[in-house]
Design a protein. Structure first.
Length: 244
């Protein structure tokens, strides 16, 4: 004869089994199918692409091409098959080009330094930039100067013992690749500098030029090619000074 305790145990085990089966069945019903999961993921990606697209449109309205270009590139890369990517691709090439031009303009502008201060009993105003080649410790500075006593001048300022130039020498120069010889002379005071003879003509030509290449001879190092990226010059920042 089966004992009562054994019967109760058997009933309990059977009941637990049914409960486990019911729980598994419930879990199976709640787990999304691979198709539903893929559909949900696609919807999420589409929503994110549209959110980024709205920001892209806002940056275009604000004329912030630098940020717009970054956002546009991210949208096309992350969501290549989305409608957002298709819309972005219609304007992205022009946005990237404008952003590149703005970045280059900012780089060129930052090369110039403008200063006003006392000098040799007068006031001096300068606009200057260093050569991009050679650079570092061997860089040469191109200086536009106005002085209350000495007037206006343009000169190169190097290091060491300066330049080789006998009397009124001619230095071979190119403005944006076109030959533009310049007459120059050395200062009598011995500084490592070389002055451009016709400063007004030089400045007028420089304002229309992006790159000036000057071939010089250095007292300490033979012949050298100097490259100045002048495209960022802003004449409004080179302040005039009165005559003493």
């Amino acid at each position: 004869m089966i004992r009562p305790l054994f019967c109760r145990t058997l009933v309990a085990i059977t009941a637990c089994g049914w409960l486990l089966l019911a729980a598994c069945s419930q879990q199976d019903q709640n787990t999304p199918s691979p198709q539903d999961a893929a559909k949900a993921q696609a919807q999420q990606m589409n929503e994110e692409a549209n959110r980024q697209l709205q920001t892209y449109r806002q940056m275009l309205q604000m004329k912030n091409d630098a940020i717009a270009a970054q956002l546009g590139e991210a949208i096309v890369k992350q969501f290549p098959a989305s409608d957002a990517a298709k819309e972005v691709q219609q304007t992205l090439p022009e946005v990237e080009q404008r952003a590149k031009e703005v970045a280059e303009k900012q780089r060129l502008t930052a090369l110039w330094t403008y200063q006003v201060g006392p000098m040799e009993g007068g006031t001096q105003s300068t606009a200057s930039l260093y050569s991009s080649r050679p650079g570092g410790d061997r860089a040469v500075r191109l200086v536009l100067r106005r002085h209350t006593q000495w007037g206006q001048s343009v000169f190169l300022f190097g290091n060491g013992h300066g330049f080789v130039c006998k009397g009124n020498c001619t230095i071979q120069t190119q403005f944006d690749g076109k030959p533009h010889p310049l007459r120059a002379f050395l200062p009598t005071t011995g500084e490592p500098a070389m002055f451009i003879r016709d400063d007004k003509a030089f400045i007028a030509a420089m304002e229309k030029t992006k790159r000036i290449t000057i071939n010089v001879e250095m007292q300490d190092g033979g012949k050298q090619e100097l490259v100045f990226e002048t495209g960022g010059y802003d004449p409004s920042k080179w302040q005039p000074v009165g005559k003493k």
